[in-house]
Design a protein around this ligand. Structure first.
Ligand SMILES: *Cc1c(COP(=O)(O)O)cnc(C)c1O
Length: 457
């Protein structure tokens, strides 16, 4: 008999979590104005708000913390980090920053000017923010298939090469670079194929443009290439990473994701010109070049995290867990963005709460119901997050209305996944009794989802 699957680690340190009663949760969520960001973390049993900075470090990473070098200039920890990044990506120049958006801020301060157009595949919120904040345009060239939640294709995060070529033909002079997000977070943690990265690189060369990878989940992307793309099954994750980054000139990284640290980020590139251009912004916004926004000890932990998380067993354990939860949801017929992504499942809320009108925010209502059911905190990625149209001030209901269940790395067990699945099933079973959603009492003009105050109808 074949041995069953099990995690590639054992547990050395635990953190107790507490269950609560439905009465307590009713009181807490009311006090939070039905906004899950406003809950205290102790009021949550299983926290799936995000996979960013919520992972569990290994014993090796904690050991690295103890031997961190806090020298202002030339710290040994910086060189540990730089050498690891160079080994994995091939990029020689490294600028540490305090997190991913800071890497964007430093690099884009040098590269993006008013009136520029930056094509890419579903730019992440902060990436878009740093482009639009400089009065430039983030042009989405993701394949159309990404919008159909029920379609199962292996690389749903891909760039549509025709859309990209059209943009390059039309706006060539205004394009400072192309940005590819791996994995494509906004489309549901969906991977980009090696073939697609190769095509982007080829077309960029044709128009003499550079390519940046927004690399928060590059290791998960490499895992999907190994498992799904022809010719890569026998390659190691590190070999695949090296090949992926051959098709880029630079990367920005949120180390809070695939670096498995609680805070951190960096820029890496093999263009000395870009490094020289960006480094003064690092000194201005983040700190001196050999620490940027990070402590020496944190650079050590990150170097070790990057090395560990570009090993197959670690990634297999993680993505297996996301797929395990997906299988449980399939058993109960609960609809989500298919196939399961690398870091999260995205529940298609209007297909679950069919009686709740869109004006009453189905995904937010589902998030509240799941919290009331079992103390599980998900995150609305839907009509609330979409904000209002800047001109008409109308709510934007054109996109998807999803409940994201983000799985932290190395934190919960498959038993927790079972609790999540059954709690969702219980809500799903009484979906026809849930006929009303929420109404907005107060909202901020931008990024309202963090602070919105709601009333339950
Ligand atoms: C999280 C993330 C960022 C921003 O990183 P922070 O560390 O949160 O500042 C940028 N791009 C992608 C794809 C991300 O997932």
């Amino acid at each position: 008999m074949e041995l069953p699957f099990a995690e590639s680690w054992k547990i050395k340190m635990v953190e107790p979590i507490r269950k609560s009663t439905r009465e307590e949760r009713e009181k807490w969520i009311k006090r939070a104005h039905y906004n899950l960001f406003q809950l205290r973390a102790e009021e949550v049993y299983i926290d799936l708000l995000t996979d960013s900075g919520t992972g569990a470090m290994s014993d090796r990473q904690w050991a690295g913390i103890m031997v961190g070098d806090e020298s202002y200039a030339g710290a040994k920890s910086f060189f540990n980090l730089k050498e690891t990044i160079e080994k994995i990506t091939g990029f020689e120049y490294v600028i540490p920053t305090h997190q991913g958006r800071a890497a964007e801020n430093v690099l884009f301060s040098y590269l993006v000017k008013e009136g520029d157009i930056v094509p890419g595949n579903s730019h992440f919120d902060t990436t878009k923010g740093h482009i639009e904040g400089r009065k430039a345009i983030a042009l989405d060239c993701t394949i159309d298939e990404a919008k159909n939640t029920q379609l199962e294709i292996p690389f749903k995060g891909n760039v549509d090469i025709q859309k990209l070529e059209k943009a390059l033909e039309e706006y060539c002079d205004r394009i400072p670079f192309i940005i590819v997000t791996i994995t494509n977070n906004t489309a549901g943690g969906q991977p980009v194929s090696m073939e697609n990265l190769r095509q982007v690189s080829k077309i960029a060369k044709k128009y003499d443009k550079r390519v940046i990878f927004d690399s928060a989940r590059f290791a998960e992307n490499a895992y999907f290439i190994k498992m799904r793309e022809e010719g890569y099954g026998k390659k190691s994750i590190k070999e695949i990473c090296k090949e992926m980054f051959k098709y880029a000139d630079a990367m920005t990284m949120s180390a809070k994701k695939d670096g498995i640290v609680n805070m951190g980020g960096f820029i890496a590139t093999d263009l000395q010109e870009w490094y020289d251009g960006a480094k003064s912004y690092c000194v201005q916004y983040e700190g001196y070049l050999t620490y940027g926004g990070m402590n020496g000890r944190d650079m050590n932990a990150l170097a070790i995290g990057l090395d560990e998380n570009t090993e197959f067993d670690n990634l297999h354990t993680r993505i297996h867990q996301v797929e395990y939860l997906a299988k449980r949801l399939d058993e109960f017929g609960i609809p989500y963005q298919r196939p399961a992504g690398g870091h999260a499942l995205f529940i298609d809320a209007p297909k679950v709460l069919t009686c709740v009108p869109k004006e009453e925010f189905p995904a937010q209502t589902l998030a509240i119901e799941l919290y009331l059911e079992a103390g599980i905190r998900g995150c609305e990625i839907g009509y609330l997050l979409a904000d209002r149209d800047p001109l008409t001030r109308e709510n934007r209901f054109e996109g998807l209305d999803l409940l994201r269940l983000a799985i932290p790395r190395r934190v919960y067990t498959d038993n927790h996944m079972d609790v999540i699945a059954v709690a969702l099933k219980n809500v799903y079973d009484r979906r026809n009794e849930i006929t009303r959603g929420v109404e907005i009492l107060w909202e901020a003009p931008l990024m309202r989802h963090f602070t919105v105050q709601l009333k339950r109808l």
